[in-house]
Write a protein that binds this ligand. Sequence first.
Ligand code: SF4
Ligand code: SF4
Length: 357
Amino acid sequence: MSKVNPYFAKEMKKLGGTEFNACFNCGTCTATCTLAEKDNAFPRKLIRYSILGLEDDIKSSIEPWLCYYCGDCSDSCPRQADPGNIVMAVRRFLITSYDWTRISGLLFRSLAAYIVAFSLLLLGIIGAYTADIFTKEEWVHYGHYFEMIAIGSVFLVILLPNIIRMWYFTVARKKVKFNIKVYFRELKTLFIHMFSQKRALECDDSKENRTWWLEHLLLVIGYLSLLFTTVFLNWFATGSIFIIVMGYIFSAMIFVVTFDFMMKKFRKKTQRSTTLHYSDWFFIIWLFLMGVSAFAVRLFIDLDLLQNNFWLYLFHLTVLVQWALIIVPFGKWTHFLYRSFAMYFSAILEAPENARK
Ligand code: SF4
Ligand code: SF4
C-alpha cells in the first residue's frame, strides 16, 4: 500500500512546483511528450501521483530523470498546469529523498540556507587568508590537494550512498531478479548516456533542441576534461605547453557555453529558460565563474601577474570550494549523475533476464 502524504502539494511548492491541482487529467501532455512510452502515461501519471500525494510511487519512479525539459507538454497543457515544471520539481524532491544527509532538502527549500552555506565558506577562506597560515605558493599547492580530496570524499561519503539509495527506491523495491551479468552488461548504457546525453535528441528535432544538446555536450566534455587537467595534470603548476593550452581550451569551453545559457535564460528565449529555481541559477553561474576564474588564474600565472593579484586565486578557490562542497553533493549538479544512473537502472529493469517476479 502506497503511503499518502497530505502535505505533498505544499512540499512541491517549496521545491519550485507550480499549481498542479489545475490538472484535469486530460492526458494531452502524455500525447505530446515524445519520450513517453506506449505503456507509460508520462508525465500525466506523475502529476496524478503528485496530486494524490503518493510519495512512495514518486520515489520509485525513474521517469522524471528521463525528461529533458523541452517544455512541449507545458505548451500544450489546456489548464496551464505547466507539467514540465512539475517534473523538474519532482526531480528536486527525488534528490532530497536520495540524499541521506538531508542537506539537499534544506538547500532546495530555502534560499537563505544556500546563502548562509556559501557565506560560511567565503568567510572561512577570508579568515584563513588573513590569519596568514600559508604562503601564496602553499595556497595554490593546498588548493590543488583540496580539489583531489574533495572529489574523492564527496563521491565516497555523499554521492555513492545516495546512488545506492536511488537504486534501492527504483530497482530493489520492485523486487526484480538480481542478475550480475545484466548489471555489468548495461554499464555501457550508463557511460554512453553520461557522456553523450543522446536521449535529449529524441525530445524534438528542432534546431533549438539540437543546439541545446550540442552545447550541453561541449559543457560536459569541457567540465570533465578541465577537472582531469587541473586535478591529475596539475594545470596551475605544470610547465607543459600542451597541458597549458588544453586547460585554456577546456576552461573557455565552460565559460563560453555557460555564458550563452545565461543569456538565453535572461531573455527567457526557450521553455527551458522560463521557470527556473534559484538552484538552477546557482548551478549555471558557478559553473561560469569556475571556467572564467580558472582561465584567468592560469593567464595571470603565464603573465607573471598572480603574485601581485593574489585576490584572483582566492576568488577562484572560493568558487571552487562552494562548488565542490555545496553544488556538487547537494545541488543541481547531482542531476548529471542521477540522470545517467536512471538510464542505467531503466536498462536493468527492462532487461529480459530481469523479468518481474
Ligand atoms: S498537466 Fe495539463 S495536459 Fe497534462 S493531464 Fe493535466 S491538464 Fe492535461
Ligand atoms: S518537458 Fe518535454 S520531455 Fe519532459 S515531460 Fe514535458 S514533453 Fe516530455
